[in-house]
Design a binder for this molecule. Structure first.
Ligand code: NDP
Length: 419
């Protein structure tokens, strides 16, 4: 029995909260704490009758470490699950340290203000030294490793689908299928159609920053960076069919590269339709993806935040989205002296997710692993002092939980490889 605090009450949080409430054997108490408390109250109202989990709510600005530390101290949860935005990762990690509770999230830190001089200096140094220029990286959170170790606390980073499940797939492949892994290709396909010419499936600001950044991959321990969307492949996805996919920088490449240095090449591909790409290019060309504030009629406006206000709320896409997602990893390597290749993936149906929890599959495939990660930590199955990603624990109980909690996976031998 355990007590969890969830921070954030958006698309991903809503699914994680539904799943925590379904899993009332493990989570008997839950606090939903977010910036807009009315959203937390509405979810509590919807779920309280259907679960034995005792739900409370609170208003919190997670940028305010002191207030958050006090809230955690008052509530005394076993762990805090951060499904607010990556901007809050460090303040929430600080508050968890101060209050002495375990920390879990789904996305690595990036700054809200990319012009912040302290962040920019470290960023420019990292771009030069490591060779990838995405705004997000693990260095900020890995820097907490000693503090968490000394405090005897666990921080589990990135337990969404990608990152998250994809790294568990890698640990599972390494444990059960290979003596050595040579290459990993992570393929993220969304075959869903929401009927809008342009909308993002999760927080628009975070999503557009990610996909408009240069692509990069790791080869022989070194980053290779290429212009955004310049490497394109076609793949025939089970449950979806043929889709164009593009090489992107993605955070699990960095963690897998560090934790599995023997892997020769790690790449990440995501599918995009032509309409999405055309809109994104145009918005970028006119400056609407910029994170730098501009002054407009005496008011400071961050273009990408203004764009977010115009775009459909990802949470509203649920009833409109039809089709399936297929996310997984293709591994090649050696087993017992012979070459081997496998593909581990999950197919998820947007409408089934909506019927179950009122959300589309992108929120679902992130929110379910967020709950599972929290469960791994609070039940002690994944508990060790320090800061870790999901590839650094025994993958078996997590893989079993995926089957149980709505994200069943398959292992296909000899899949079609990506050239
Ligand atoms: P949303 O924008 O839908 O929700 C974010 C929530 O956080 C909102 O409820 C928002 O409050 C709240 N919030 C924002 N700032 C603060 C603050 N300062 N204090 C307290 N609460 C705050 O985002 P998503 O649900 O789409 O994404 C959530 C997280 O999941 C993100 O970090 C995203 O990067 C990650 N993600 C991870 C994936 C993976 O596979 N690993 C895939 C998709 C997303 P308000 O209601 O007031 O706006």
């Amino acid at each position: 029995m355990s007590k969890l605090m969830i921070i954030g009450c958006g698309g991903v949080a809503s699914v994680a909260i539904h799943k925590v409430c379904q899993n009332d054997q493990v989570f008997d108490e839950l606090m939903i704490a977010s910036r807009t408390v009315s959203k937390c109250d509405a979810l509590k109202e919807k779920l309280q009758e259907k679960t034995r989990t005792k739900i409370t709510t609170a208003q919190i600005d997670a940028d305010d470490t002191e207030a958050l530390t006090q809230l955690i101290r008052d509530y005394q949860p076993d762990a805090v699950l951060n499904v607010a935005l990556p901007y809050q990762d460090l303040t929430i990690m600080d508050a968890c340290l101060a209050a002495g509770v375990d920390y879990i999230d789904t996305a690595n830190y990036e700054p809200e203000d990319t012009e912040d001089p302290v962040w920019r200096e470290a960023y420019e140094k990292r771009c030069k030294e490591l060779g990838f220029s995405a705004y997000f990286d693990y260095s900020w959170q890995w820097a907490y490793a000693d503090k968490y170790k000394e405090a005897g606390l666990t921080a589990l980073l990135g337990t969404g689908f990608d990152p998250g499940v994809t790294s568990v797939f890698a640990a599972y492949a390494k444990k059960h299928y290979f003596d050595t892994i040579d290459t990993i290709d992570i393929l993220d396909c969304n075959g869903g159609d929401h009927g809008y010419a342009f909308a993002t499936n999760f927080n628009p600001e975070i999503n557009l920053r990610e996909v408009s950044a240069p692509g990069s991959y790791l080869e022989n321990g070194k980053w290779v960076e290429v212009p955004a969307m310049s490497i394109k492949r076609e793949y025939n996805f089970d449950g979806v069919g043929k889709k164009d996919m593009y090489l992107l920088h993605h955070e699990e490449i960095e963690a897998l590269g560090r934790n599995m240095p023997e892997v020769r090449r790690i790449r990440f591909f995501m599918t995009f339709g032509q309409s999405y790409l055309d809109h994104m290019r145009c918005l970028e060309d006119v400056g609407m993806l910029s994170t730098t504030p501009v002054s407009y009629q005496g008011q400071e406006i961050v273009p990408i935040q203004f764009l977010k206000a115009l775009l459909p709320d990802p949470a509203s896409l649920g009833p409109r989205t039809k089709g399936k997602t297929n996310i997984g990893c293709i591994f090649t390597g050696m087993k017992d002296g012979k070459k081997r290749s496998i593909y581990i993936y999950n197919v998820c149906d947007h409408q089934s997710c909506y019927r179950e929890v009122g959300s589309q599959a992108i929120s679902y495939t992130t929110g379910v692993p967020a709950m599972i990660g929290a469960m791994m930590v609070v039940t002690g199955q994944w508990k060790k002092p320090g800061v870790f990603t999901t590839d650094e624990f025994d993958p078996d109980p997590y893989m079993e939980a995926l089957n149980q909690w709505g994200l069943p996976w398959v292992v296909e031998e000899n899949p079609v490889l990506v050239d």
